[in-house]
Design a protein around this ligand. Sequence first.
Ligand SMILES: NC(=O)c1ccc[n+]([C@@H]2O[C@H](COP(=O)([O-])OP(=O)(O)OC[C@H]3O[C@@H](n4cnc5c(N)ncnc54)[C@H](OP(=O)(O)O)[C@@H]3O)[C@@H](O)[C@H]2O)c1
Length: 227
Amino acid sequence: MKNILIVGGSKGIGNAILLQQLENNKIINISRTAPEITHDNLTHFSVDISKEELPELESLDSIVYCPGTINLKPITGLSLDDFRHDFEVNVIGAIKTIQKYLPLLKKGDKPAIVLFSTVAVKLGMPYHSSVAASKAAIEGLVKSLGAELAPTIRVNAIAPTITDTTLAANILRNDRMKENMVERHPMKGYLNSEEVASMAAFLLSEQSKSMSGQIIPMDYGIVSFKI
Ligand SMILES: NC(=O)c1ccc[n+]([C@@H]2O[C@H](COP(=O)([O-])OP(=O)(O)OC[C@H]3O[C@@H](n4cnc5c(N)ncnc54)[C@H](OP(=O)(O)O)[C@@H]3O)[C@@H](O)[C@H]2O)c1
């Protein structure tokens, strides 16, 4: 049984990861609100990663960092504070978490870190400048830290396309928008949280022991194909 820290396990992809991992691991969740589920293997800390200190933990084998933003506006509609806020949630929060728990991770059992990027880093889309800039920083972090922490700690990221979560609720707010989103993807679909959680499970597991410094696209073809 491993000790896995999930930052952002109360909702969305992080919650799906929490539910998939809970039976066989000790889960420490950090988010502003608590997950709906309670379980002997689950410890929750209510923390706003942008404003508050992280709790002291006793031991840790892996970290998954989920908080993210979708603030889609033309560049002139985004203030510098919008960019700073997105960078704070997506990047500084991840760095703060990794710095805080690195000494514990180094003593962990086959430790791994899983972060989140987005397809918008590889595929230029209007109005994505803030989130794309922050997630490109995550991709840089994965490369640099993967090298720095090798061979002890593996560091990878998942770059999903649109995923049906609270974060994306506005983009998938009615049937017409959902159908349009399916049509935009060459493989005719978009992600649900459980699919992404399964990829996170793989990246946390020994099945991916050869992999570090990788950005794994889950894109239903939107970055890969022009059909
Ligand atoms: N959904 C998509 O379409 C999509 C697409 C591409 C990439 N991604 C990326 O995938 C990751 C997960 O996305 P998601 O859709 O699952 O997001 P989500 O539904 O918004 O869930 C985010 C989780 O992070 C927590 N969180 C957010 N801000 C926090 C803060 N300041 N302090 C502590 N916890 C915080 C939230 O909990 P509380 O609200 O309780 O704090 C929640 O548990 C993100 O990095 C996102 O950028 C998502």
